[in-house]
Design a protein around this ligand. Structure first.
Ligand code: ADP
Ligand code: AMP
Length: 219
């Protein structure tokens, strides 16, 4: 099963993506995490992506598409994947469809996690993530048990350079201009469903699990 988790920056894709993938036995493939991993390791791809990410704009399609499609060929993704943060443009959505079609696969479900702009900005400004695996926390609504430490792996928490209010606003602008057409693309294919992302983390998780299990049963 291939799931495309849609939603604006800050809507909770990362928070839901990892536990959801584990629950459903799928790989969690987050394009932002892949870029940050490359930046951390100082690779050529990381050096190229860094400047775009810092400014809150999209990394060019060709590089992004190659990186994500390559990740999807890993053995842990053989049973399916939850894509988080990809596709963000129509060209990326089309490239994904073409690659999947070659293996007789398709995007089975595209849940859209909806959150108001005001709440998105509040969440991004208070977000802390862990160095080891990108687990996401919020200083007010989802704090770690021990300040500055990840509950799951104990690694240090830090604030992303692109979570400042100026860059966050830019990222939301980019989302509405370049990524919203992707929502319509999946709606037209009949795989889109909306989830209320302003509920508690547990409630959002249950809505996602219910909807995805129904999709799996119907397939
Ligand atoms: P995305 O991956 O979509 O950019 P994250 O999963 O990192 O978003 O979540 C953004 C911020 O919002 C984080 O600080 C996270 O802890 C917090 N958050 C996620 N889901 C909820 C929720 N349902 N209610 C309140 N805060 C949330
Ligand atoms: P995220 O972790 O999903 O918030 O992504 C962080 C940043 O990585 C974005 O603001 C973009 O600069 C870049 N990025 C992540 N995914 C993509 C994508 N699918 N296409 C282009 N750029 C991306």
């Amino acid at each position: 099963m291939i799931v495309v988790l849609l939603g604006a920056p800050g809507s909770g894709k990362g928070t839901q993506g990892a536990p959801l993938a584990e629950h459903l036995g799928l790989a969690h493939v987050a394009s932002g995490d892949l870029f940050r991993d490359n930046i951390g390791r100082g690779t050529e791809l990381g050096k190229l992506a860094q400047d775009y990410i810092k400014r809150g704009v999209l990394v060019p399609d060709d590089v992004t598409i190659r990186m994500v499609l390559d990740r999807l060929t890993s053995t842990d993704a053989a049973g399916g994947a939850i894509l988080d943060g990809f596709p963000r443009t129509l060209a990326q959505a089309q490239a994904l469809d073409m690659a999947l079609a070659k293996q007789d696969q398709r995007v089975d479900a595209a849940p859209l996690v909806e959150v108001s702009t005001e709440e998105l900005l509040r969440r991004l400004a208070g977000r802390w993530i862990c160095r080891a695996a990108g687990h996401s926390y919020h200083e007010a609504s989802n704090p770690p048990r021990e300040p500055g430490r990840c509950d799951i792996d104990g690694s240090e928490l830090y604030q992303r350079e692109d979570d400042t209010i100026e860059v966050a606003r830019k990222r939301l602008e980019v989302y509405f201009e370049q990524t919203r057409p992707v929502v319509d693309y999946y709606r037209q294919r009949g795989v889109l469903f909306e989830i209320n992302g302003e509920q508690s983390i547990d409630e959002v998780f249950h809505d996602l699990v219910d909807a995805l299990q129904a999709t799996r049963t119907a397939a």
